[in-house]
Ligand binder design. Sequence first.
Ligand SMILES: C[S@@+](CC[C@H](N)C(=O)[O-])C[C@H]1O[C@@H](n2cnc3c(N)ncnc32)[C@H](O)[C@@H]1O
Length: 219
Amino acid sequence: MREAQFEFGRNGSTPADADGRLDAPAFHRNAEPIWQAMRDTLARTSGSVLEIGSGTGQHIVTYAARCPHLTFWPSDIMESHRASIEAYRLASGLTNVRPPVGIDLMNEWYWHDEIPLGAILCFNVIHIAPWAVAQNLMRGAGRHLKTGGHLLMYGPYKRAGAHTAPSNEAFDTSLRGRNPEWGVRDLESVADIAAQNDLALVKTVEMPANNLVLAFERR
Ligand SMILES: C[S@@+](CC[C@H](N)C(=O)[O-])C[C@H]1O[C@@H](n2cnc3c(N)ncnc32)[C@H](O)[C@@H]1O
């Protein structure tokens, strides 16, 4: 049966704490390498940073603590994820993280004109959702990022249509088995839809376990 949505805390993963906090095992492996890849960009960013598909909320509170000059806006489509994000936000005591909102990349999405976005973060989302999610991510990033602002993405990608490692190919097969519309995306196809929305791929950083951090700049 096709899985409609990915959800932390289900299918054998660690259940939520009493306050709703969920744990993503991958966060503990990925948080530091992702930070190293994007810290210089975030140091030069001003204003607000929107994260789409924040999941548990662990990434956003970690980076918000290291970037007091920025205001962070988490979001997710799943109610249980938003509850987890809010629990991490409250537990952190951080004043530069706002309560989570419900942005759904299956649709065109909107952002407040009066809250200029210096950056958008989107980690591990576009392969675990239909291709329309990548298209709407790029359309919205092109529309809502300030000129010179960045879309920072993390995840596995094919290059020139080929997998970069057997583990990524196996992951792709398992994703497609869960939902035929999911799958590891081709870097060039992602860069193409970005370019159609005035977003230029300015940085590609190789990460552990054959993942990439991509930085797109709004022209
Ligand atoms: C694999 S999790 C990654 C979570 C987090 N970014 C991380 O790296 O730990 C994918 C996330 O994308 C969210 N997601 C799935 N479909 C989405 C959609 N259509 N719009 C926005 N978020 C979506 C899921 O709810 C989930 O939180």
